[in-house]
Design a protein. Structure first.
Length: 158
């Protein structure tokens, strides 16, 4: 599947949420959960500045979906995100049975940028979603929005 104009609408919201994160002194990541009918059901941004490094928006989406959606609704939903899921978020996504993932920038892109800026790697290996979740349906990157995400990441880490 390829990224559609409707996908880009939701990805732009993810970029806005990432911008809100950086402006709040947090890391610039944002994510949106959209159901099969195209309705936004949940959205969030990174909230790790308080010291809990698990407060990623993709992980919060998985928690919310497990509590509020049926297994069929979760499987039919799409998670949009500014950056490809980390392994923790990928695992949460897989365990609760969420559907398609669409991201702006890949983990490989982020890793390359951090290396370019001299930022030490984090404690978790940056694995592609498909290396964590069997049969994951993943689309990305979204070239139209990559530079915006790179600039937000540079503001935080560069």
């Amino acid at each position: 599947m390829s990224i559609t104009e409707q996908d880009l609408v939701h990805l732009r919201r993810c970029v806005e949420l990432a911008r809100e994160g950086i402006e709040a002194g947090d890391e610039p990541f944002g994510s949106v959960l959209v159901d099969a009918d195209g309705e936004v059901r949940f959205e969030d941004r990174n909230r790790v500045a308080g010291g809990d490094e698990t407060r990623h928006p993709e992980f919060e989406i998985a928690r919310w979906a497990a509590e509020h959606l049926t297994p069929d609704e979760r499987a039919a939903a799409t998670v949009y995100t500014s950056g490809e899921h980390c392994p923790m978020c990928s695992a949460a996504h897989g365990w609760v049975g969420l559907g398609r993932i669409v991201y702006v920038a890949s983990s490989a892109m982020l890793t390359g940028w951090l290396t370019e800026w001299g930022v030490a790697p984090g404690p978790v290996a940056p694995l592609p979603v498909q290396d964590v979740v069997r049969d994951a349906v993943v689309d990305g990157p979204a070239p139209e929005l990559v530079e915006e995400i790179k600039e937000l990441q540079r503001r935080r880490f560069g």
